[in-house]
Design a protein around this ligand. Structure first.
Ligand code: ATP
Length: 498
C-alpha cells in the first residue's frame, strides 16, 4: 500500500491534468487553482454524489443556487463585516505573514527554569521541528547534557503580552521579530456599478450559507415544506486567506456544499438531530471512497464555540500534512434567521401546524468544501503496487467517483475491422458513461495510463472480437481479464455504473 507525499501529489495532479496552478504561465496566483480535464470530472462526480444523497434521495431537503454577490447588508447582519477575520502576524525581517492561530510556541525549560521560547508553523512535522529548535536553544546555553522539560505547544493567540516579546519569529528564530497580532477581514470586496465609492461596496461571499438563510421565507412559501427540513446549496466561496497553503486544502477561491437543516426550536430536539447528522455525513464520506482509517471526529470544546452555537463537531481527515478539518457540523440555534429578521424587518417565523405555534426555527449546518474532499479522495485512492514485477501507480477510485468510467482499446490500430468495431463500441458506451478511446502505444501501457487516473475498466477489441463478438474486460484493481459478449458487457456496466 503506497502513501503519498504532498510534493509528489501536486506534481502528479499537474502531470495527469487533475489540478493546475491558476494563471500558471504568469507564474501562478497564490491561493488559486484550476481543475484540468480529469479534475473537472472528479469534482463534478463529488458534487453529483452529494446532491444525489443529500437532496434527491431525501424527502426533507430541497436545493438552492443563490448569487455570489449579495446585498452588503447580508454580511453586516450575519456579523461577517465586523467579525469574519483571522489574527495575522508578520515577521518584520523576512516579511513572511502568518495566521497567528496557525503558529505554535512553547517555553523551553529545564526543571521549570525557562531558557527561552521556540516557535513553529503548524504542520505534520510541527512537534519534531519544535523539539529540534528546543535542543538547539539548549545547546546555545551550554546545557546539552541536561534533560528538557516536555514542550507545551500552544497557538500564538494564547500568548500573554509578556511572553509575546520573548517568542521568536518562526522564520528567524529571533525574539522581537514578530509584529503583534491584528485582525484581518477575510472577505474580498468589490464595487457594484460604474463608480467605485464606499456606498456601493459589495463582497464576494465567504460562505454559501447566508444565501440560504435569506431565502428561508421564499423557500417555505414556494415549497410548503414542513419542519424539519433542509435547504442545500453548492457553490463558490471566497476567502482572502492570510496564508493559503497545502495545495487545494486552503485556497482563496473554493467550492462549498452546505445544508441548513431547520427544526423546531425545542432544546430537547437538537442533541439527537446533531448526532444523526454527524453519522449521515461521516457515512457519506466513507460511501464515496474516503478511507475510514484516515477519518475521525473532533468535537469543539464548549468554551471555543461562537456565542450562539450549541455544539460543533469537525469530521477530520489525516492529510499528508496532518489531521485537518474536512467538514464542520454545527448547531447554530436561531441566530442567523433572527439576525436577518431584525435587520431586514422580514419575519423569519415558521407556522408549525402540528404544534399550532409560530417561531423562528433552530438550524444544524453540515458544511464541507469540495476541494478538501477532492484531496482526501486522492490521498485515499492513491496506491503504488507491483503487477508481474512491474511497478504501477493506481488510483482506486470508486466507479461513481472515477473521472473516466471506461476506456476502449483496439488491440492494434492498423487493422481497420478492429478499429471500426472498437470505435462503434466506444460511440455506444460514450452516450451512457464517460468513456475514452485510446489506440496509441502497447496495450500494457494503455492499461497503466488508465490505472494511473483511476479508470475502473478497460475493454479491448481484438481478433477474436471479430470472430465471435466478445471483448476483453479488464478490472483496474485485480487486473483480471474476462471475456464477455456485448450483451454481457453492457449488463455488467449497467449493474456497476448507476
Ligand atoms: P478552517 O478552520 O480550516 O479555516 P473553517 O472552520 O473556517 O476552516 P468553515 O467556515 O466551517 O471552515 O467552512 C466550512 C468548510 O468549508 C470547511 O470544513 C472546509 O471544508 C471548507 N473550507 C473553508 N475554508 C476553506 C479554504 N480556504 N479552502 C478550501 N476549503 C475551505
Amino acid at each position: 500500500m503506497g502513501t503519498v507525499d504532498m510534493k509528489d501529489l501536486v506534481a502528479f495532479c499537474k502531470r495527469k491534468g487533475f489540478v493546475f496552478l491558476s494563471s500558471d504561465i504568469y507564474g501562478g496566483l497564490n491561493g488559486f487553482f484550476d481543475y484540468g480535464p480529469l479534475g473537472v470530472e472528479l469534482k463534478r462526480n463529488i458534487k453529483t454524489a452529494w446532491w444525489k444523497a443529500m437532496v434527491h434521495e431525501r424527502e426533507d431537503i430541497v436545493g438552492l443556487d443563490s448569487s455570489i454577490i449579495l446585498h452588503p447588508n447580508v454580511w453586516k447582519s450575519s456579523g461577517h463585516v465586523d467579525g469574519f477575520s483571522d489574527p495575522m502576524v508578520d515577521c518584520r525581517v523576512t516579511k513572511v505573514r502568518y495566521r497567528a492561530d496557525h503558529v505554535f510556541y512553547s517555553p523551553v525549560s529545564i526543571q521549570h527554569e525557562v531558557l527561552g521560547y521556540v516557535c513553529v508553523v503548524d504542520s505534520g512535522a510541527r512537534d519534531a521541528e519544535a523539539l529540534k529548535k528546543a535542543q538547539h536553544l539548549r545547546q546555545q546555553v551550554n546545557r546539552s547534557h541536561e534533560t528538557l522539560d516536555p514542550l507545551q505547544l500552544r497557538p500564538l493567540t494564547e500568548a500573554t503580552m509578556e511572553e509575546y516579546n520573548l517568542i521568536p519569529s518562526p522564520a528567524t528564530d529571533k525574539p522581537g521579530d514578530l509584529t503583534p497580532p491584528r485582525a484581518f477581514n477575510l472577505m474580498f470586496s468589490t464595487h457594484v456599478g460604474a463608480v467605485a465609492t464606499d456606498a456601493n461596496i459589495a463582497y464576494l461571499r465567504p460562505e454559501t450559507a447566508q444565501g440560504i438563510f435569506i431565502h428561508f421565507k421564499n423557500v417555505v412559501d414556494a415549497t410548503r415544506v414542513k419542519l424539519p427540513f433542509g435547504i442545500a446549496q453548492i457553490g463558490k466561496a471566497f476567502r482572502n486567506e492570510i496564508t493559503p497553503r497545502n495545495f487545494i486544502f486552503r485556497s482563496r477561491e473554493f467550492e462549498q456544499m452546505e445544508i441548513e437543516y431547520f427544526f423546531r426550536n425545542d432544546e430537547t430536539l437538537w442533541p439527537d438531530l446533531y448526532q444523526q447528522w454527524i453519522k449521515v455525513r461521516y457515512d457519506w464520506h466513507c460511501s464515496i471512497g474516503i478511507k475510514e482509517a484516515l477519518l475521525d471526529f473532533q468535537e469543539h470544546a464548549k468554551e471555543d464555540l461562537a456565542h450562539y452555537a450549541k455544539a460543533c463537531t469537525d469530521i477530520v481527515f489525516k492529510y499528508p500534512f496532518g489531521v485537518q478539518e474536512l467538514e464542520g457540523i454545527a448547531v447554530r440555534g436561531d441566530f442567523d434567521l433572527k439576525q436577518h429578521q431584525m435587520h431586514s424587518g422580514v419575519s423569519m417565523e415558521f407556522f408549525d401546524e402540528a404544534h399550532q405555534a409560530r417561531y423562528v426555527p433552530y438550524v444544524i449546518e453540515p458544511s464541507v468544501g469540495v476541494d478538501r474532499i477532492f484531496l482526501a479522495l486522492l490521498v485515499s485512492a492513491y496506491d503504488e503496487d507491483e503487477i508481474n514485477g512491474e511497478k504501477r501507480v493506481v488510483l482506486h477510485f470508486q466507479p461513481a467517483i472515477a473521472p473516466i468510467k471506461i476506456a476502449v482499446f483496439p488491440l492494434v490500430k492498423n487493422k481497420a475491422a478492429i478499429v471500426d468495431k472498437a470505435r462503434a463500441l466506444f460511440k455506444y458506451l460514450q452516450k451512457r458513461w464517460y468513456t475514452i478511446y485510446d489506440e496509441s502505444g502497447a496495450i500494457g501501457r494503455r492499461y497503466r495510463r488508465m490505472d494511473e487516473v483511476g479508470t475502473p475498466w478497460c475493454v479491448t477489441v481484438d481478433f477474436d472480437s471479430l470472430e465471435n463478438d466478445t471483448y476483453t474486460l479488464r478490472d483496474r484493481d485485480s487486473t483480471e481479464q474476462v471475456r464477455l459478449n456485448q450483451t454481457e458487457l453492457l449488463a455488467f456496466f449497467a449493474q456497476h455504473l448507476a
